[in-house]
Design a protein around this ligand. Structure first.
Ligand SMILES: Cc1cc2nc3c(=O)[nH]c(=O)nc-3n(C[C@H](O)[C@H](O)[C@H](O)COP(=O)(O)OP(=O)(O)OC[C@H]3O[C@@H](n4cnc5c(N)ncnc54)[C@H](O)[C@@H]3O)c2cc1C
Length: 519
């Protein structure tokens, strides 16, 4: 059987595309995912997020190359490898970014990506159960809700923020992002609402939609420069005449597959023994991510923590979760906010994520005891990295060089963020819960501390940027220049990293392009 559309990757973008493109019963769509179905109960129980990084079955678990400005550390990069992709393992924060981010997109990718247009698409997708017009959609397929359980320390963080002159923000997706408050989450009835739940579950029964799991795509097949299908480990899937392969394999997976298929920097492909089909120097380039540093402090048992005495509390939480209530519905990163490192900036360039818990090594190490963690990240880093092939073997992970802090402006911004975060943890409302600061703790050289401890907050984008200029690998509808029948539709397309979390914006990208395909 051949397909009109073969979508590679069932993540935030891929599940949405599968839904939209299979709406016409005459259109045959295949959705091919490397990972398994999303049966693991920890995916659906929001607090289970704290344990998901340990599960190699549903997580690509990448590591970067040694990062020169971070003491040559290799950073851990989790990415979902399961139905729902990273939306099945993420922290569920619903955030669109700043309106001015999309003005910047429009400058290089055209007016379809300007705020008035994308705002409407966000509203159309949104099924908000707590907030309504004018800033929110209430009838869309993506469930967005208030947290059902908020730890008292998260409320103390908000109060501490106001004590430091940050305004309180009841809604980060209204007029401005600036200030501190509680995040809204992609949850329904206290359970995670991944892209798979929002967009695949309602349409799995469609006879014209074929969903394949556990199938890692090895490359795109071409006749000349026209895509004709994809190669799996044991067979090929083919396109009908005029059909399209759509790569929605994420900001790492999509450029990886493009290069395995002969589309990328010609000299690099030749060095890897891959015959170039189209020389596209910017495939895998422009990698941007939010680098993050934390303040951590030991607290009493108000925090979410591990100790023998929490057993009764854990049992109560398990009982409450049967009805979608209680502590297990927490996304851990319950509160946060946005601030400017310099008051003259036109938009906030720092984001806080407050966690009423200790999380060590992205949750891969067990954290005994009680504590809190205040994250702060630089939203608009100037540093850019690359995704490159480490091997022509499709099973080998690509080489990720984030080049964090390689631009001289980035370190001072993060340092300023660390100062602001520390100010908040030292404000009376939080200070009264803190026994002692553990990180940076007694470290006196905060620059050295950043180099030793900074980590990703999981928002890599831009590795196949869309643009109206011919150097952009993709045009403003995600079509790969120099080829026919091949698109990328996922976080790789972002022309510039946005000032917020990247899940909803990736869905917005997929919805915008699905509309042009179906028009
Ligand atoms: C731990 C974590 C926490 C995060 N927290 C938040 C948050 O709270 N809020 C927020 O807005 N954003 C968050 N993000 C970011 C957000 O989830 C991502 O930006 C978004 O999901 C990216 O969507 P995507 O469609 O580009 O890629 P993904 O959702 O990653 O989907 C790519 C899919 O392609 C599949 N794939 C890759 N290669 C192949 C191949 N060769 N063959 C077949 N399938 C393949 C993958 O397995 C995956 O399922 C977080 C991310 C992580 C990892």
């Amino acid at each position: 059987m051949s397909f009109h559309y073969i979508i590679v990757g069932a993540g935030s973008a891929g599940c949405l595309l599968a839904n939209r493109l299979s709406a016409n019963p005459q259109t045959r769509v295949a959705l091919v995912e490397a990972g398994p179905p999303d049966h693991n109960p920890l995916i659906h129980m929001p607090l289970g997020l704290a344990l998901l990084a340990r599960n190699r079955r549903i997580n690509w678990g990448y590591t970067t190359e040694p990062e020169a400005e971070l003491n040559h550390r290799r950073l851990y990069w989790p990415r979902g490898r399961v139905l729902g992709g990273s939306s099945s393992i993420n922290a569920m924060i619903y955030m669109r970014g700043h309106p001015l981010d999309y003005r910047d997109w429009a400058a290089t990718a055209g007016p379809a990506w300007d705020w008035p247009a994308v705002r409407q698409t966000f509203l159309d997708l949104e099924g908000n159960t707590a907030l309504g017009p004018p800033h929110h959609g209430t009838t869309g397929p993506l469930a967005v809700s208030d947290l059902r359980h908020v730890n008292p320390l998260s409320r103390a963080f908000i109060q501490a923020g106001t004590e430091c002159q940050h305004p309180t923000t009841p809604d980060f997706n209204a007029d401005t992002t600036e200030g501190v408050g509680l995040y809204q989450v992609t949850q329904k009835d206290g359970r995670r609402f991944s892209s798979a739940r929002a967009f695949l579950d309602p349409v799995r029964h469609r006879p014209n939609l074929t969903i394949l799991t556990g199938q890692q795509v090895q490359r795109v097949l071409f006749s000349g420069r026209t895509a004709t299908g994809i190669r799996l480990a044991t067979r090929d899937l083919t396109l009908t005449q005029g059909g399209e392969v759509i790569l929605s394999a994420g900001a790492i997976g999509s450029p990886h597959l493009l290069m395995l298929s002969g589309i990328g920097p010609g000299d690099h492909l030749q060095a890897m023994g891959i015959a170039p089909i189209h020389h596209a120097p910017e495939v895998g380039a422009n990698l941007a991510d939010h680098l993050d540093i934390t303040v951590q402090a030991a607290t009493g048992p108000l925090a979410i923590g591990l100790a023998p005495r929490v057993l009764p509390r854990a049992l109560r939480a398990a009982w409450a979760f049967r009805k979608g209530q209680g502590e297990l519905t927490s996304n851990v990163a319950e509160a946060g906010g946005f601030a400017k490192s310099d008051p003259d900036r036109d938009r906030p360039n720092l984001q806080f994520h407050f966690i009423p818990a200790f999380i060590h090594d992205h949750g891969r190490k067990t954290a005994w005891g009680f504590g809190l963690t205040l994250h702060v990240c630089d939203l608009y880093p100037q540093s850019r990295g690359t995704i490159r092939l480490a091997s022509p073997d499709p099973a080998a992970p690509p080489s990720i060089a984030a080049n964090y802090l390689s631009h001289p402006d980035d370190l001072p911004t993060l340092l300023q963020g660390l100062h602001l975060a520390r100010q908040i943890t030292q404000a009376p409302a939080l200070a009264r819960h803190i026994r002692h600061e553990t990180r940076p703790g007694t470290a006196t050289d905060l620059v050295a501390d950043i180099r030793q401890r900074a980590e990703t907050i999981y928002h890599p984008v831009g590795t196949c940027r869309m643009g109206t200029d011919p150097a952009a690998p993709a045009d403003p509808q995600g079509r790969i220049r120099g080829t026919t029948g091949l698109r990328v539709v996922d976080a790789s397309l972002m022309p510039r990293i946005i000032g917020g979390n990247t899940n909803a914006p990736t869905m917005m990208i997929a919805e915008t392009i699905a509309r042009t395909i179906c028009a």
